[in-house]
Design a protein around this ligand. Sequence first.
Ligand code: PFF
Length: 458
Amino acid sequence: MKRESFGSRLGFILVSAGCAIGIGNVWKFPYICGAYGGAAFILIYLCFLVILGIPVLVAEFAVGRGSHTSVAKCFDKLAPAGSCWKPLKFIGIIGCYMLMMFYTTVGGWMIYYCVKSLRGDFVGATPEAVTQSFSDMLGNAPTMMLWMVIICLIGFAVCFMGLQNGIEKISKVMMSALLIIMVILAVHSVMMEGAGEGIRFYLIPDFQKIKEAGVGNVVFAALSQSFFTLSIGIGAMLIFGSYLDKSRSLTGEAVSITVLDTFVALTAGFIIIPACFSYGIQPDAGPSLIFITLPNVFQQAFSGVPILAYIFSVMFYVLLAMAALTSTISLHEVVTAYLHEEFNFTRGKAARLVTGGCIFLGILCSLSLGVMKGFTIFGLGIFDLFDFVTAKIMLTLGGLCISIFTGWYLDKKIVWSEITNDGSLKVPVYKLIIFILRYIAPIAISLIFINELGLIKL
Ligand code: PFF
């Protein structure tokens, strides 16, 4: 069977960047940055993106393109006979599935905020009222469940339409519009009265803040966020590699995606962080940060022209919901492809099963923020547990495994041919990537992990 490939180079970059760019950039990055010390955290995060993120992304693409299949089958095809790599696919499949529940819950909040902006709920609202409205949403389980189910169903519908028709068209328009609106908002935020302190917090590293938050915690947060933002470690990007044409340079694509993704995250920080300082909102407010900051930003940015505030805020939440959707679709695709390839289910049946399960577990996730708040496992509610297990554990462990696999166990001819494009890439770049995959990534990720487990202390 011939696999579909992408209509254009821009199409590939936007679709895989669509998977990478999501709520992690606009929702998670600003609040983690706020909680872990601002500029100093960003510095560590950027180092991880370059030193570990890009090489691991190249490795995922190489395994995808080398095997022409998804994470479900790639190890069956490429791992040396008799090796123990095959069960590794379950980090990918289970990781994608768990991440999808948590992700669709937050994606649902985005759609709900579109509706709230459409209804004009934030027009004239004080910062206190905006903050209260987020708490009200968390306490309103049926509302959260409804929007979570809706995002799951939209994801299902798009997945059903197929790669070319669905995702590529949506991503091209969406990504470009999102970037334009974000840049406009960022320019406004940095020019706001009282934004100076926020800009300093965001741009001037203060390593004392890292000490206060705990060096080990900050390093682990930066590592896991760099993997989360690039969607690496659980095979979501691997599948895009499998669709990638042989003539493209994997390193070139990985760099383009990382640059675009980082641009969006940093721009989101420029919108949120100066604005919180200006409104007196704590930058370490956590997951609620963008929901209590953004509605105020819209009102102020266009205070003379309320209709513009209205249009921009509706558009922004629509685009954010779509950014969440494109990432959800990639996660959905990994699990659907697994059921389709492994158990010979039709794609329709596989997609229905994935969606049904996601809705069920997603409901538990939503409830854990409200009526099931008291129910905890290892001290965490279901929402936080899914976030912790996927973002912090599975992505980093998956990244560690894919580096070791590509660096040490994958057939050298495949590694050479995929990473250098049959010899057309400069040898030093190839050598550097392989060196990182063999030594730097395994050692660095393991040390950070061991530290987090409390065996050594930074
Ligand atoms: N990179 C996505 C974001 O920043 O929102 C999150 C993500 C999607 C992580 C898909 C992992 C993944 F497989």
